[in-house]
Design a protein around this ligand. Structure first.
Ligand SMILES: [Zn+2]
Length: 229
């Protein structure tokens, strides 16, 4: 732990740097459906302290706030089912619509309740998608821009991308193809072993205000070639 390393969440010293690789996801909708394309984006590093990571896990493993948010849609559906009575339709149709919306409302409420219970239990236990590493990535993402131009941004720990054993989990968590992950890993390895390769691909200094706002300065390499998953 470096006492001079300042946590970018709480501003206290004693943080640890977490090198990250940005994944750019472009969603293209056309007549044949929706396609997602992934590309490696910026490389950067974020400094976080253990307390902020623990706090984030505690916050994410609390079911109550999520349940309060999740109840909004079922409540709206219940209101619609009541409103149907004032539409001036035939009694039978009114009752059918009312039953339909109420049933849908209950189904949504039950499924959201089960999802949140499972997710929060998994987070507390560090299971499934919710390992500590994944929670660090989530916390980093909460402090960094989530979009750049048309691409949605995800932030993966560089150490996870470099570890091939982590790739199946990364595929499940972020939907990035295994081939893409392997090519990013190869790129990172080549970059580490030969720093001069970076100069040939062209270094771009990140300028976007969002990065400056997050207090992050980073030298990045951008791979603009989007490949199909
Ligand atoms: Zn902190």
């Amino acid at each position: 732990m470096d006492e001079k390393c300042i946590c970018q969440k709480c501003g206290k010293s004693g943080a640890q740097p977490y090198p990250l690789v940005t994944i750019r996801t472009m969603t293209v909708r056309n007549t044949s459906g929706t396609q997602k394309y992934h590309a490696m984006g910026d490389e950067l590093s974020i400094d976080l302290c253990g307390t902020c990571i623990d706090d984030w896990i505690t916050q994410r493993s609390a079911a109550q706030p999520q349940l309060r948010r999740a109840v909004r849609l079922p409540l709206l559906l219940l209101l619609v089912s009541v409103a149907v009575h004032f539409l001036g339709l035939a009694v039978l149709i009114r009752w059918v619509l009312c039953a339909l919306f109420s049933g849908f409302s209950i189904a949504v409420a039950v499924s959201e309740y089960q999802r949140i219970q499972k997710e929060t239990a998994d987070i507390a236990a560090g299971k499934g998608h919710f390992t500590r590493n994944h929670m660090i990535e989530e916390l980093a993402a909460s402090l960094l821009p989530d979009k750049h131009e048309d691409a949605a941004l995800s932030y993966l720990l560089r150490s996870r991308v470099l570890d091939e054993n982590q790739h199946p989990a990364l595929v499940r968590e972020y939907g990035v193809g295994r081939k893409k992950l392997a090519s990013i890993r190869n790129y990172l390895e080549a970059e580490s072993s030969d720093q001069t390769a970076a100069a040939q691909t062209g270094e771009v200094k990140i300028g976007p205000a969002e990065f400056a706002e997050a207090g992050i300065a980073a030298v990045v390499k951008i791979d603009r070639g989007l490949q199909r998953r």
